[in-house]
Design a protein around this ligand. Structure first.
Ligand SMILES: Nc1ncnc2c1ncn2[C@@H]1O[C@H](COP(=O)(O)OP(=O)(O)O)[C@@H](O)[C@H]1O
Ligand SMILES: [Mg+2]
Length: 237
């Protein structure tokens, strides 16, 4: 399988005496897509936020590319470990300004190609971001994230604001760049159908712990843990 890109060891997160994440350990490898599933409030976003230091863990260790994430300058770490929020977060001004903020050396033709890859009109480059729909903003945010050449993509319910017609094209693009750019892609999704379309590794989080992880089909169709069985009963039947 080669070297891991991200190793999470015994990570916990406590907020106001409440254990939000407890003893999370997991090893991620490049060229793989990991789908994180679990009930609302189980800690999925909290885990993602620890991985690029949007939050700090209370204990445990996270190793990226052989080094603890604490040893990186935080803005450099976040270029390498990109985070796409569920609600897109862009600066005011134009799409182009947003792209240039991420990489001030990017050429016009590269920006146009990027727009095409995320299924946006090339005319949009000069548009003010305020004029865009939420789904369009989400795709601009994704394109902007790619400009910093991340090695890890953390995507928190990235398609919840997209039309179903665009969702599958977006999923295919994620699959393509994960392989082509040797990325490690970690996606939180509330959609077992989406997890099945990615058809790779599933990680089920329940009550702040990893209840089980395996290939997504086994996890959804033949769960071993009590939490997995409850998740299946609620989500799939
Ligand atoms: N900064 C915070 N302060 C207090 N509680 C938080 C904070 N962040 C998350 N939580 C709590 O942690 C739990 C997990 O939240 P979250 O990770 O957002 O769940 P999910 O993404 O799985 O829906 C919830 O009970 C939530 O209320
Ligand atoms: Mg969440």
């Amino acid at each position: 399988m080669g070297s891991p890109s991200l190793v999470v060891s015994h990570v916990s997160k406590i907020v106001d005496d409440k254990k939000i994440l407890e003893d999370i350990s997991y090893t991620f490898y490049p060229k793989n897509i990991y789908t994180i599933l679990g009930p609302s409030g189980s800690g999925k976003s909290s885990l993602l936020r620890l991985l690029n230091r949007l939050d700090e863990s209370s204990s445990g260790e996270i190793i990226f590319d052989g080094q603890t994430i604490d040893s990186y300058v935080v803005c450099e770490l976040r270029k390498k470990i990109g985070y796409l929020f569920q609600t897109p977060y862009l600066f005011e001004k134009t799409v182009k300004d947003n792209f240039l903020f991420a990489d001030n050396t990017v050429s016009n033709s590269q920006m146009l190609e990027l727009l095409a890859q995320v299924h946006l009109s090339q005319k949009m480059l000069e548009s003010s971001v305020e004029k865009l729909s939420v789904g369009e903003k989400q795709r601009v945010a994704f394109a902007r994230m790619l400009l910093t050449k991340p090695k890890i993509l953390l995507l928190d319910e990235p398609t919840s604001a997209l039309d179903p017609s665009i969702t599958e094209a977006f999923e295919q693009f994620i699959q393509k760049i994960t392989i082509k750019e040797n990325l490690t892609t970690i996606i939180v999704t509330h959609s077992p159908e989406q997890a099945m379309r990615f058809d790779q590794t599933g990680i089920l989080i329940a009550d702040g712990k990893i209840a089980e992880s395996s290939d997504i089909k086994s996890l959804l169709e033949n769960p071993q843990s009590d939490a997995g069985k409850r998740y299946k009963a609620r989500e799939l039947s």
